[in-house]
Design a protein around this ligand. Structure first.
Ligand SMILES: [Zn+2]
Length: 109
């Protein structure tokens, strides 16, 4: 059997950061997953459950914690979740690796 050499276009999976709404390569984002125990940081990126992606920058985490997380995961952020996510946030670098000011939306309710 002769196999046709198929040129595969390398497709980088892309996801949207729920903090700043920028579309990025998945590897630059941290996955959050909704589990029965609450919202967890999915280090493997493969955990089952509804997931959401956030940039690995503090700014986006802070932004995401203000509401987009609960919206994206369709769940409420419990105080325990807040605590856990803030602990993770504090391990992130303070400076943004990339300057991203494509869209600075002011979401005021
Ligand atoms: Zn972001």
């Amino acid at each position: 059997m002769a196999k046709k050499p198929q040129k595969r276009i390398k497709h980088l999976p892309q996801r949207t950061c729920i903090g700043c709404k920028t579309v990025l390569a998945k590897r630059e984002l941290v996955r959050l997953v909704r589990t029965p125990e609450g919202i967890m940081v999915d280090e493997t990126g493969k955990a089952a459950g509804r997931g959401a992606y956030v940039h690995n920058t503090r700014r986006c985490w802070e932004q995401a914690l203000k509401g987009p997380i609960s919206h994206a995961l369709r769940t409420d952020i419990t105080p325990a979740d807040q605590q856990r996510l803030k602990e993770y946030l504090e391990r992130l670098p303070e400076v943004d690796p990339i300057e991203n000011r494509a869209e600075s939306r002011d979401v005021t309710n």
